[in-house]
Write a protein that binds this ligand. Structure first.
Ligand code: BEZ
Length: 212
């Protein structure tokens, strides 16, 4: 069955371009982002991995470890890494899982046979420091992901895991947030000393408590 939000992220051991890992041990106390690629030596994936490598400091700032996967063997990943570094002007700085037997891909339901029965779709799993799934996204093979959007969602996830807040459409880190509907007006006044802006009884804004 497909993984759902709040589910424990399944553990696995796998060969990666940075050695064999036990996924949960590798995550440690960090958040994680696991993203799949339909195949090595494909153009969209090449640009995605380059972009992710350049954004690694941003993921690190948020205590998020990145890991990619495709259903190709290690030797293929290693050759492809050279191409990624050359064409995207970067150095790949996170592991790619080799999953030629599709074990991890099956565990995370990354193969959607009606789209393609051999390759993974472009899945994204954001995993919290409690090892639970916080976000799932599924893109078709033909559409590259927006990694800035993934950072934006992680900012929201981390903020709303600490505060009784939600974030509005197109919110960016540092902008006004929405007070959670479960919070009474009285509690809102005491919990958010920067003030609460009432628009409707169910739509109340407050400045972001702290910038992450
Ligand atoms: C790509 O990553 O470029 C890609 C993979 C599968 C189908 C189409 C594009």
């Amino acid at each position: 069955m497909a993984l759902r939000l709040g589910d424990k992220a399944p553990n696995f051991t796998a060969e990666t371009t940075e050695g064999k890992i036990d996924f949960h041990e590798w995550l440690g106390n960090s958040w994680g982002i696991l993203f799949s690629h339909p195949a090595d030596y494909t153009p969209v994936c090449t640009t995605e991995l380059g972009k992710a490598a350049k954004l690694k400091p941003e993921f690190e700032k948020r205590n998020v470890k990145m890991i990619a996967i495709s259903v190709d063997p290690l030797a293929s990943h290693q050759g492809w890494t050279n191409d990624i570094n050359e064409t995207q002007h970067t150095t790949l700085n996170f592991p790619i899982i080799a999953d030629p037997d599709k074990e991890v891909a099956s565990l995370y339901d990354m193969i959607h046979p009606n789209a393609d029965d051999k390759a993974t779709v472009r899945s994204v799993f954001v995993i919290g420091d409690d090892k639970r799934v916080k976000l799932t996204l599924t893109y078709p093979a033909s559409t590259g992901r927006n990694f800035d959007e993934l950072l934006r969602v992680i900012d929201s996830l981390q903020l709303t895991s600490k505060h009784k807040l939600a974030t509005p459409a197109d919110w960016r880190n540092g902008e006004e947030c929405i007070v959670s509907p479960s919070v009474s007006d009285e509690e809102a006044r005491s919990t958010f000393p920067k003030g609460v802006r009432w628009v409707k009884p169910y739509l109340r804004y407050t400045p972001q408590p702290e910038r992450t």
